[in-house]
Every structure is written in C-alpha cells, then in structure tokens.
Design a protein around this ligand. Structure first.
Ligand SMILES: [Zn+2]
Length: 225
C-alpha cells in the first residue's frame, strides 16, 4: 500500500516537472500583440518612388502633390473589387439601395471626363469636383465610387445624409476601405468631402484611419515633406 502511494507521489512529481519545463519552453515563443505593431506616428513612413509612382509603406499615393504618369495602367485591383462586392452584398442584406458607380479610369479616360465636365460647367466649377488626369485616385484601380438609385436633388451634397451614406461611413473599413476625402480635412487631402469615394487600403490600415478619423496624407505625414 505504502509502495503504491510512494509510486503515485513520484509519478505526480515527475509529471509536474515535465509540465513546468514545457511552460518555460513555450513561454519563450513570441506572439506580437496589437500594441506591438509600430505605427507611423513613431516611425518615419517609407516613401518609395518607382517609375513615377509613389508608394508609402506599400500603399500607392496619388493627390495633387504626388501624381501618376500616363503610362501607369494597373486596371481594377482584383482584391479591392472582391472586397467592394462583399460590401455591396452586406449593404443589400441591410436593405440598402447601394450600387457600384465607378472604379478604374485610365489617364486618358480621366482626360475625357475632365473635358466633358469643363464643357458642361466651366473650368472653375469642374475643377472643384473632378481631378486632373494624373491626380485621380481612380487611376490606381483601388478607388471605388458607390451610388444609389434613390432620387436625390444633388447626389454630391445629399448622399452623406442618406441611410446608404451613413452606413458606408460606418462599415467601409470592415472591408478594408477608407472614405478617402473625409469631411473637414480638405486642407490635408486637397479634395472636398466625398462621402461616396472609397479607397482600398486593406483592413488593418482602414481600421486605424477610421478610428483616428484621419486621412492618408495626415497619417503618413505627407504634407510635412
Ligand atoms: Zn471617386
């Protein structure tokens, strides 16, 4: 009886020794938590310019300062499109009237869009709501405009107030999109508020930009250079 008890005790000691060793070994494996990811706030962004195309930490940047060359024709980005479609399906589930409006436009197509608007509204007015060729984010293939079939007096002014506009603002980042030109940030982005213009940056960055209520230029401090 005592022998059995002693044997049990020894086994128990041996087992706890093995478990102890295992704990020490496994606690050495490093799993980065969210708070360990270095943010550009603390580290300078890496700006890379190849054949006239500027990338910041791997994200293509286009605005009035960083232009795209005419020969840059990537077409519509497949991953971005897939996520955009998911967003639309989710919107449909929520009984919203959302639709795809436009995405990729080449330099030449933007030239034509600009020309048509200038003919319609005059140069000064057209410049306020449309980008010059080489300055349009639609040339990256990562920008998507949403629309709605709802009757609105002025889509550009009224979309943000619709159920659809409000829903997009809340859910775009779930699919890796940001409202590229947020309200009240035109001095940083160079463009007036566009509630319908989405830019794909992937979910991690989209979430950060949304939570901080900021924009690509400010987040990567592009106007400081
Ligand atoms: Zn757009």
């Amino acid at each position: 009886m005592i022998k059995k008890l002693l044997f049990g005790l020894i086994m128990l000691l041996l087992l706890s020794f093995i478990v102890g060793i295992a704990l020490v070994v496994f606690s050495n494996s490093y799993t980065p938590s969210k708070s360990n990811i270095v943010k550009p706030k603390n580290a300078l962004p890496i700006i890379n310019k190849t054949e006239g195309v500027t990338q910041v930490n791997g994200h293509v940047i286009v605005n009035k300062k960083y232009k795209l060359p005419p020969q840059y024709q990537p077409g519509e980005d497949k991953i971005a499109k897939r996520n955009f479609n998911k967003l639309l399906v989710k919107g449909e589930d929520a009984q919203l009237d959302l639709k795809f409006s436009s995405s990729y436009r080449s330099y030449k197509e933007q030239q034509k869009v600009m020309k048509d608007y200038v003919e319609k509204d005059g140069e000064k007015v057209a410049r306020q709501y449309t980008a010059k060729p080489g300055e349009s984010e639609h040339q990256t293939g990562l920008a998507f405009d949403v629309g709605t079939n709802k009757p609105l007096d002025d889509f550009h002014k009224d979309f943000e107030k619709t159920k659809e506009g409000r829903w997009i603002k809340q859910h775009a980042s779930d699919y890796g999109f940001i409202i590229r030109y947020p309200k009240g940030q035109s001095h940083e982005t160079g463009y007036a508020y566009e509630a319908w213009h989405l830019r794909y940056v992937g979910k991690p960055l989209a979430k950060i930009i949304d939570e901080q209520d900021t924009n690509l230029e400010s987040y990567y401090r592009l106007n400081e250079k």
